[in-house]
Write a new protein. Structure first.
Length: 218
């Protein structure tokens, strides 16, 4: 998805991505997400209903060589729902942001693709994930990276900074999806790309799930 010329399609009047915040406690949502992913930072095993870890990365078609070269602890917490790298080429020298970087496997892949002349940056809501990512990337020999913890949808980078923004199973966790896309648009260079994988609803949720904070972390 390339950065368009304007954001008129993302007006408040057409905000189909915005949660009904009168029914949702955004701080409570962030709290349960942090609690869940603090556990995932240790290991993703048995915490999701789909393949995770090394098997998950193989199932999603990640580069075989990079999977084999990755330290085992780098893959333990991988819980991606798709492969954002299948959506377009990431070139040497590019600046890449991973929105919701988790334990760092997609940053590891990005770091290899952009090379020493590029930069990969990760932001995440969970402190434990940021700490695990730093440990994982250092252990994997990745040096061209930056990490920042965020508290909401705001991304702490200037306008027109990144060539590519990737995200993997993260935007669905936010009750303010339009704010996520606005921030991604803001930090992308003109002609920049969004390459993301996520889960979507095919039918409406039961009322009890809509009102459940815990449901946001699953």
């Amino acid at each position: 998805m390339a950065k368009p010329a304007d954001v008129s399609a993302l007006s408040d009047k057409n905000d189909r991505f915005h949660a009904d915040t009168s029914l949702q406690d955004s701080e409570g949502i962030r709290r349960v997400i942090r609690e869940k992913y603090a556990e995932v930072a240790i290991s993703a095993k048995d915490k999701f209903s789909y393949p995770t870890g090394k098997i998950g990365a193989e199932t999603l078609g990640y580069d075989f060589y990079l999977i084999q070269q990755a330290p085992s602890n780098l893959l333990e917490s991988f819980c991606g729902v798709g492969n954002p790298f299948s959506l377009g080429e990431i070139r040497p020298g590019a600046r890449v942001l991973d929105f919701g970087c988790g334990a760092g496997f997609d940053l590891y892949v990005s770091g290899h693709l952009v090379g020493d002349s590029g930069l990969v940056c990760g932001v995440d809501l969970t402190r434990e994930m940021i700490d695990r990512t730093m440990e994982n990337l250092n252990g994997a020999g990745v040096t061209n990276y930056e990490l920042k913890q965020i508290d909401a949808e705001e991304i702490p980078y200037p306008e027109n900074f990144f060539d590519v923004v990737i995200s993997n199973g993260v935007i669905n966790l936010s009750p303010f999806k339009l704010a996520c896309f606005r921030e991604i648009y803001r930090i992308l260079k003109p002609g920049g790309r969004v390459q993301f994988a996520d889960v979507v609803l095919e039918q409406d949720l039961p009322a009890e799930m809509k009102d459940s904070l815990e449901a946001w972390s699953h």
